[in-house]
Design a protein around this ligand. Structure first.
Ligand code: CP
Length: 326
């Protein structure tokens, strides 16, 4: 068990060994139990976490703020539009300066081709841990919460379980590809059978797919890419259908909307849920386009675990904060 994680960044789960991730999960369950029992766990008293947002959020902001308070510290919400970032503060300056005021910096910057580089540039300049609250490439805390949720439903040994990570249609906006990318990277380290199911225009970054294949070679399980939503759902244990943008095909919102409209029948509905195993769970990171991306009857139905996923954001994040900022 790896326990010395003080000072470590968490930008992608690939940066942490599987042992380190198992440690984070152990701590997350311990903190979840403590919160359920009302046991104080002020592990970060007097510590400050800066939360820098370039993009909207519900779950991420609220869970990080609540988590820091429960750990006895303070989370400082910073909207980039109300700082001098808009007048030229660079990533290096943010890393250097905010790192001198605080004990950790968490950032959400999802701009395509910008976000991940920005977070890495801040990390390079910062003396305190930098945590990725979602970028254009990764969404590590969402997927750690997803892994925790899957283990709560199926046990810690996930060998042989089949997960269908599928694209689904949404009309609201061209969503980042960080969730499916982080899913294939992390689930492939736990011996699962992965299906990545998407129309051809919705491919993921080739190097991410190659890393996921390498994880599968090392940890067991299988990895298949499909373009048939029904085939992906058949006999799966876990259905994780969500929309993402056709970023590798076009960055143009209108062109992307036209491509997406060809696949408006890619909805997670009851028929597709019935194709999966009887005990299958339905997952989504939220927010979802209801009755476009997923039917109400599925997301509100007995096989949906979306609220457990959302809750587990709190516990995995508190674990990461306690381990890296103490
Ligand atoms: N799933 C997720 O990251 O939610 P928010 O965008 O609301 O933070």
């Amino acid at each position: 068990m790896q326990t010395d994680l003080r000072g470590r960044d968490l930008i992608s789960t690939q940066d942490w060994t599987r042992e380190e991730i198992e440690t984070l999960l152990d701590v997350a369950w311990d903190l979840k139990r403590k919160r359920a029992l009302g046991e104080p766990h002020a592990l970060l008293r007097d510590k400050v976490l800066a939360l820098l947002f370039f993009f909207t959020s519900t779950r991420t902001r609220i869970s990080f703020e609540a988590g820091m308070a429960q750990l006895g510290g303070h989370a400082q919400f910073i909207d980039h539009t109300t700082t001098q970032i808009s007048h030229g503060d660079t990533a290096k300056e943010i890393g250097e300066i905010v790192g001198r005021y605080t004990d950790g910096i968490a950032i959400r910057q999802c701009d395509w081709g910008v976000g991940n580089q920005y977070i890495n540039d801040v990390a390079q300049a910062s003396r305190v841990p930098v945590l990725n609250m979602q970028c254009d490439v990764y969404h590590p805390f969402q997927i750690l919460a997803d892994l925790m949720t899957i283990m709560e439903k199926f046990g810690r040994n996930l060998r042989g379980k089949t997960i269908n990570i599928s694209w689904a249609y949404a009309s609201s906006y061209q969503k980042p590809i960080s969730v499916p990318q982080s899913l294939v990277l992390l689930m492939s380290r736990f011996g699962m059978n992965l299906r990545l199911t998407r129309p051809p225009e919705y491919r993921l970054m080739p190097d991410i797919v190659e890393q996921a294949r390498e994880n599968t070679r090392r940890h067991g399980g299988s990895f298949a890419i499909l373009d048939d939503f029904d085939a992906g759902c058949r006999d799966a244990d876990i259905l994780y259908p969500k929309s993402w943008g056709s970023w590798l095909t076009t960055e143009d919102e209108l062109a992307s909307a036209e491509i997406g409209a060809q696949y408006s029948d890619w909805i997670a509905d009851d028929r597709r849920l019935r194709m999966a195993k009887d005990h299958a769970i339905y997952m989504h990171c939220l927010p979802a386009d209801r009755n476009i991306e997923v039917a109400d009857s599925v997301i509100d139905g007995p096989q949906s675990v979306v609220y457990d996923e959302a809750e587990n954001r709190l516990h995995v994040q508190k674990a990461a904060l306690a381990l890296t900022m103490r």
